[in-house]
Design a protein around this ligand. Structure first.
Ligand code: KG4
Ligand code: ZN
Length: 339
C-alpha cells in the first residue's frame, strides 16, 4: 500500500512554517517566528516578506530532516507525493513567497500542487490528534489576530461560515485593549497572564448587541478608552490585574454567548476552537465549563497547532489529496479569499 506523503508550507503572516505529514500523521512541524516586528508594535508586511525569503529554505529543510528522523525509513524530498501551500488569505507579499516556493518545488520535482485556505486549515487542525478528534458535524470557533468565525464543519471539505466579526478580530480586541493599558504588542498573552491575578467582575465594559451569529469588538475598545480617560493618574498601574481580568472576561463572554447560540441553532454539540486566541486560558476554561454544563464535547488543539503552523496546512492538504483537489502552476495567492 502506498502511503501519501505531503510537504506543506505556511507563510501567510509572520511565521514561516513547514510540515511533513504521512497518511494524515504529522511527522514534523517546524516554525520560524519573526522577531523583527516587535519594535514596531505590529507586523510590518514588507519586513515579513523579506524574513520569509530568508527562512523558507532552511525551514523546509529542517521539516524534512525532522520527519526523516521520526520516520521508520529515511525520508527525502523525493518521497514527497504533493506540495501544499497557503494560498489565502493573508499578507500578499508573505503569501507570494510560500506560493512561489511551492510552485518551483512542484515543477522541479514534477509533483502535484495543493492550494490550501488558511482559515479552513485552522478548523482542520482539530483533526490532527487521532486519539482526540471530533466527529462530523462539529462547530469551530476560530479566533486569531485577523479572524473571528464560527464554522459549521459537515466534512473536512464542507465547511460553512455561519458567523463572523463585522469589525475587529478577537485577537485584535485583546491586542488593542492591551495597547490602551500601555502593554507591548502582541498584548493578548500578557492580558491572559495578568488576568490570572485579577477579579473579572471588578470593572464592567460594554458588550455589543449584534444580530445572528456575528461579532463586533470595536465598541469594547471605545468603552475601555472612555473608561480609562475618566480615571486619575496611576489608575492603570494600580489596577492592572483587575483591568486585564475584566477585559478578558468580557471578550470571552462575547465569544461564548455566540457559540451557545450556534449550538441552539444547529443542534450540533461538538465544539472545537482554533487560532491564536484559543491559547487564552480564560477562554479554554470557560469553554470547558460551559461544555460540562450543557453536555457539549469540547476540543482544543495543542498550542503549536492553534497559532499559525504548517501542520494544519498539511492535514488539510491530505484531505484535498484524497479528493483529487489539485491546482495548476498558474495559481496565484490572494490576500482576501472568499471562503
Ligand atoms: O492565529 P495567530 O497566531 O495569528 C493570526 O493568524 O492572526 O493569532 C495571533 C493572535 C494575537 O492577536 C495574539 O495576541 C493572540 O492571538 N493571542 C492571545 C493569546 N495568545 C495569542 N490572546 C489572548 N490570550 C492568549 N493567551
Ligand atoms: Zn492564522
Amino acid at each position: 500500500m502506498n502511503l501519501v506523503t505531503i510537504l506543506a508550507i505556511e507563510s501567510s503572516c509572520d511565521e514561516t512554517s513547514a510540515s511533513v505529514c504521512v497518511d494524515g500523521k504529522i511527522l514534523s512541524n517546524f516554525i520560524a517566528n519573526q522577531t523583527v516586528h516587535e519594535q514596531y508594535g505590529g507586523v510590518v508586511p514588507e519586513l515579513a516578506s523579506r524574513a520569509h525569503m530568508q527562512n523558507i529554505v532552511p525551514v523546509v529543510d529542517k521539516a524534512i530532516k525532522e520527519a526523516s528522523s521520526t520516520h521508520h525509513s529515511q525520508l527525502t524530498i523525493h518521497d514527497i507525493d504533493a506540495i501544499a501551500f497557503t494560498q489565502a488569505p493573508g499578507l500578499i507579499g508573505s503569501l507570494l513567497v510560500g506560493t512561489q516556493f511551492a510552485k518551483s518545488l512542484a515543477l522541479s520535482l514534477n509533483k502535484p500542487l495543493i492550494a490550501v485556505h488558511h482559515m479552513q486549515a485552522h478548523v482542520l487542525a482539530n483533526l490532527i490528534d487521532e486519539n482526540n478528534r471530533p466527529d462530523f458535524p462539529f462547530l469551530c470557533l476560530t479566533v486569531s489576530g485577523g479572524h473571528t468565525q464560527i464554522v459549521l464543519a459537515k466534512s473536512p471539505l464542507e465547511l460553512e461560515v455561519i458567523g463572523q466579526t463585522i469589525d475587529d478580530a478577537a485577537g485584535e480586541a485583546f491586542d488593542k485593549s492591551a495597547k490602551l493599558l500601555g502593554l507591548p504588542y502582541p498584548g493578548g498573552p500578557l492580558i491572559d497572564q495578568y488576568a490570572k491575578l485579577g477579579n473579572p467582575l471588578a470593572f464592567k465594559f460594554a458588550e455589543p448587541q449584534i444580530p445572528e451569529l456575528n461579532f463586533s469588538f470595536s465598541g469594547l475598545k471605545t468603552s475601555i478608552l472612555y473608561f480609562l480617560q475618566k480615571q486619575e493618574a496611576g489608575f492603570i498601574e494600580n489596577n492592572l490585574n483587575d483591568l486585564c481580568a475584566s477585559i478578558q472576561y468580557t471578550i470571552v463572554n462575547i465569544l461564548l454567548k455566540k457559540v451557545k447560540k450556534a449550538v441552539q441553532q444547529t443542534g450540533v454539540k461538538q465544539i472545537c476552537i482554533a487560532g491564536g486566541v484559543s491559547a487564552n486560558s480564560g477562554l479554554r476554561t470557560a469553554l470547558e465549563e460551559m461544555g460540562k454544563k450543557h453536555g457539549w464535547k469540547t476540543f482544543i488543539p495543542k498550542f503549536e497547532y492553534c497559532t499559525d503552523n504548517a501542520a494544519m496546512i498539511a492535514i488539510t492538504a491530505y484531505y484535498k489529496y484524497q479528493a483529487n483537489e489539485f491546482c495548476n502552476l498558474d495559481v496565484n495567492p490572494s490576500a482576501r479569499a472568499e471562503w
